[in-house]
Structure formats: C-alpha cells, structure tokens
Design a protein around this ligand. Structure first.
Ligand code: XMP
Length: 521
C-alpha cells in the first residue's frame, strides 16, 4: 500500500498532520527526524511531509532534513519549520523575525497550483522566522500580509514549502491541500479504508501466528475488544480470550462482554468470575494507591492462573494504539507517558514471556472505531467511555464492600441513563487547541465515605453522599467539568436519593483537571 512519511521536527501538531493524511485515505507514518533511513524507506513512501517544529534553522543543533529525503526524488511538502529547513538547505534565505506571527492570516494566491486552489484562504500561522528569498528553481505561490513568501514550489522536483499550518482546523481548506499533496502530487492511491485496514491486519496476523495458539485478555474496552475481534477474524479458534470479572464493573457490563464475545463474535471466551477473590483482597483497604496495587497484582495472578490452566500459548494480543507508540517514542512526552503507565493498572506486564500481537499499533482511535464497526462490534462497545482498570474500586472511596458497590452501581446507572447511554466520544487524540468545545467525554457517579444528615418524609436520615463527575476533554490529560443542564442534574439527584437506598445527598463536582483529576482516586 502507498504511504507518506512524515518527518517530525518536534511539532505539537505532528499527529494532526498524520490524521489529516489518513482522513484523505492514504496511509502514513510519523518518524523522528533522525530515524534510520532504512526504517523510513521500508514503508514505501510516495512522498515526504516535513513538519513544523520549535527550532530556528540558525539554532545550534537545529534539526536538518535527512539526506535520504533530498536524494529520493520524491515530492516534499515542508510545513512551517519544514519550509524553513528546506529553504535553508537548498540555498534560499531565511530571516530571523523580530516577532512571531501567530493566529489567522489571509493567504493570497499568486499563481495557481494543484496544491492551493486559486483565490484567498484563511490560514493559521505560528512562526518566528520567515522566508526572505526562495532557493534556486523555486517560485512564490502565495503571500500573506506578514509573510511575502507564504508558499513556494519547485515544480521540476515537486518540492513545496508552506509557512502556515494546513493540519489545524483554523485553516479550513488545509485538509484539502494536504489531500491534494498526497493524492494528486505524490500520486498515492487513497485505499486506506476500514475494509483494507482489516484485510491488511488479518494477513499480517496470519503470517505472524501461523498455526500457534493465541491468548487475549478482554475487558470490554474499545481497544482490547477491537484487537481481539480482528485477531479472531484472522485466525478464528486459534484465539482464546480470557475475561476476568473482578466484581468492580458497572451494572450489566460483565453480561454485555460475555454476550458480545461469545454470542455475537463467536470467540472462544473463558469468563472467570473472580469477584470474591478481589473483594476479599480489598477488605479493609482504603488507601487509593494500595487499592490499585492490590487489584493490579490480583488481576495478573488470576490471568496467569487461567492461562496456565488453558495450556501453552506463544502469543498474547495487546490493544496498543498509534498515539501510545508515538508518544512513548518522543522524549519530551515521556513524562506524560509515565503518568499513563502508572494508570495502566488492570493490564498485563510486558515480561510475561509471550510474543506480542498488536494489530492496532498503527491506528488512531477513530480508525480503531471504524475497524470495530467494520468487524460488526456493537455501538455500545465502539463508543464506550474510558473505564479505569481498577474499575469501581477507585470510585467507591473508602472501603470497597459488596453493599457499597451495589449502591454505587445503582447511582452510576442513573447518571448514565439520564445522560444517554452512549455519549459522543471525542474523535481526536490530539488537542490542537482550536476545536469547538467537545461534548461530555466521561461521566459517572462516585460514592463518598462520608455520611450526612437529611430528612425524608418525617424521618431524619444519616446516609452516604454520591458525587456526580462529568467532564469534557479531548485527550484526558486536561479536562473541564461539563456544564450539564441544571434540570438534568436535578433529575439525577432526585432519582438517586429516591431510588438508591443508603444515599441521601448528591453533589456535583466542579473541579477542572488540573488541579483535580478525572477520577477521585
Ligand atoms: P485521571 O483520573 O488521572 O484519569 O484524570 C485520566 C483518564 O484515565 C482513566 N484512568 C485509567 N485508565 N487504568 C486505565 O486504563 C487505570 O488505572 C486508570 N485510572 C484512570 C480515567 O478514567 C480517565 O479517563
């Protein structure tokens, strides 16, 4: 399949460039600017996109365009810093600007070209340096008020430079330009569609696995479900799935997982009800970190026990997705990544001795969902909100008991029912800071270890408190509390107090992240 290589000079928008190219149905991959040439060329690129980045070409140690890119004779599109690096390398003049140009600008097309349709375009600028003189062989394509050379081309080599960012939504015609580059100029065939993604993944899994047996852990989450369904499509009954019900799931969830996998997908599923084991281990535990540790360790032990009982497996399926891969390869994101690793309680360690199968490793979240639909998974699974590995234990503050979990489950169900079972999930894993406000990304109930006085009928009550948490976010790293309609909040509150025994007060959490977190523990 044709592909485009995106050379990343440290742009905060690199993942967005990749997403726009994929939306044009052309496969692409992101590479750090000093990735080995063999790795990049092995993806069979039909062209290169050079990303923006924070450096100036005059900085000491500023990233340079790799040799193999210039030697390849393939089309090149330099965006922002990519354009400056191209200009600098090919002998043009880059001027250090006294001030940054940041925000929207009007692009005036000087010469028509397949990349930029004629007329005027609103574009997003974010740069310091600018091009003062194009290199030999280049012509100016467009200008803006502050950038006399806002776009340039060397037609004989099919090399382009643009000063603005076509990948962000504040450049409304940017997606069209990127599509024109990859499809019309590079000639990449737009065949990156769910059916071909499935086809490719299926043949890769078959090749990797041969006749061996494969094990997968499923939790009902989007990634693990789609990964398992994909492997099942590839190798059928060579795949066996383990589902550990830790007793910390939401109402109806364990049943839904069993039904989807066993009945809808026909997967060989081993469902283990380990609720009592987990709750016994949690008896008396109130410290949030200890809860996570106890649950994480128990999960691994139960999973290992079941796997050993089932016999010998060489392979294990993991639902790793592309943003995880990209982020763990980027040095300045490693801190953020560590935060997530600590969160990854409820997963399996890397050193269990299995060879990993990661069929979603190159897919963005929205592509994972599209593949899930292609494979026939239900909307309930595909649009499911994130749910922490330690489950309701981290939403049941204080001690986790059967009785308190039951209370929390009832309250949580009311919150979900009132908001509508499947709220929109954000499609973008990358926050370009320019999108319209997203809808609720996660909403749930939290049971607090506090009792307060109330009055019901003529009776004094002394019962527990439920907090409702609902957030809007694009990437779950930062979040804002959702401005839920007070009428809806009133209905939730009234239903919870009336229908959930042991609860007489409901509060709404109005803390953003930071300084709060989305979960309470
Ligand atoms: P916080 O509470 O840190 O959560 O704002 C950010 C996102 O991560 C989810 N989360 C987890 N996911 N295992 C997971 O797979 C975990 O242990 C875990 N803890 C939190 C949380 O629901 C939110 O979406």
């Amino acid at each position: 399949m044709d592909s485009i290589a995106i050379i990343d000079f440290g742009s905060q928008y690199a993942q967005l460039i990749a997403r726009r190219v994929r939306e044009a149905r052309v496969y692409c991959e992101l590479f750090h600017f000093d990735a080995p040439s063999e790795t990049v060329l092995a993806t069979n690129p039909r062209g290169f996109i050079l990303s923006g980045g924070p450096a100036s070409v005059y900085d000491q140690g500023a990233p340079r365009i790799p040799e193999y890119v210039l030697q390849s004779d393939l089309p090149i599109l330099g965006i922002c810093y990519g354009m400056q690096a191209l200009t600098y390398t090919l002998g043009g003049v880059v001027a250090q600007a006294s001030e940054r140009e940041y925000g929207q600008a009007l692009l005036e097309v000087i010469q028509p070209d397949p990349l930029i349709p004629p007329g005027e375009h609103v574009v997003w600028m974010s740069h310091g340096d600018r091009i003062e003189q194009v290199p030999a062989g280049f012509e100016v394509l467009a200008r803006s008020e502050n950038s006399p050379i806002a776009a340039m081309v060397d037609r004989s080599h099919r090399r382009y430079g643009i000063q603005f960012h076509p990948e962000v939504q504040h450049t409304p015609t940017g997606a069209r330009m990127l599509k024109a580059f990859v499809v019309d100029i590079c000639g990449a065939v737009p065949e990156w569609v769910p059916s071909s993604i499935v086809e490719q993944a299926v043949s890769r899994v078959r090749k990797q696995v041969g006749h061996d047996r494969v094990l997968a852990g499923v939790s009902g989450g989007v990634d693990s479900s789609v990964a398992a369904a994909l492997v099942q499509r590839a190798i059928g009954n060579q795949l066996e799935c383990i589902f550990v019900n830790n007793g910390l799931l939401r109402r109806g969830e364990a049943e839904a997982v069993i039904e989807t996998f066993s009945e809808t997908l026909g997967v060989k599923l081993h469902a283990i009800d380990a609720s009592e084991t987990f709750l016994d281990a949690l008896a008396g535990v109130t410290d949030p970190e200890l809860k996570r540790r106890v649950i994480g360790e128990k999960f691994i032990r139960v999973f290992e026990g079941e796997a050993a009982r089932l016999g010998d497996f060489h392979f294990l399926v993991q639902g790793t997705i592309y943003p995880d891969v990209v982020e763990s390869n980027t040095p300045d994101r490693q801190q953020a990544n560590r935060i997530k690793t600590h969160h990854n309680v409820g997963g399996l360690p890397d050193d269990m001795g299995f060879e990993l199968i990661e069929p979603l490793r190159k897919l963005f979240k929205d592509e994972v969902r599209a593949v899930g639909r292609e494979l026939g998974l239900s909307e309930a699974i595909i649009t499911r909100q994130p749910f922490p590995g330690p489950g309701l234990a981290v939403r049941c503050l204080g001690e986790v008991t059967f009785e308190r979990l039951d209370r929390l489950r009832r309250a949580d169900q009311i919150v979900r029912e009132e908001l509508g079972a499947n709220q929109t999930t954000p499609e973008s894993p990358v926050d370009d800071g320019l999108r319209p406000k997203p809808s609720i990304a996660q909403a749930f109930a939290v049971l607090l270890p506090v009792r307060s006085v109330g009055v019901m009928g003529d009776q004094r009550t002394y019962a527990e408190v439920v907090a409702i948490r609902a957030v809007t976010t694009e990437d779950f790293m930062t979040a804002d509390w959702a401005r839920i309609d007070p009428v809806l909040l009133a209905r939730m509150s009234s239903r919870i107090v009336n229908q959930v025994a042991g609860v007489n007060r409901v509060v709404y959490d109005i803390t953003s992240k930071p300084p709060g977190t989305i979960e309470w523990e």
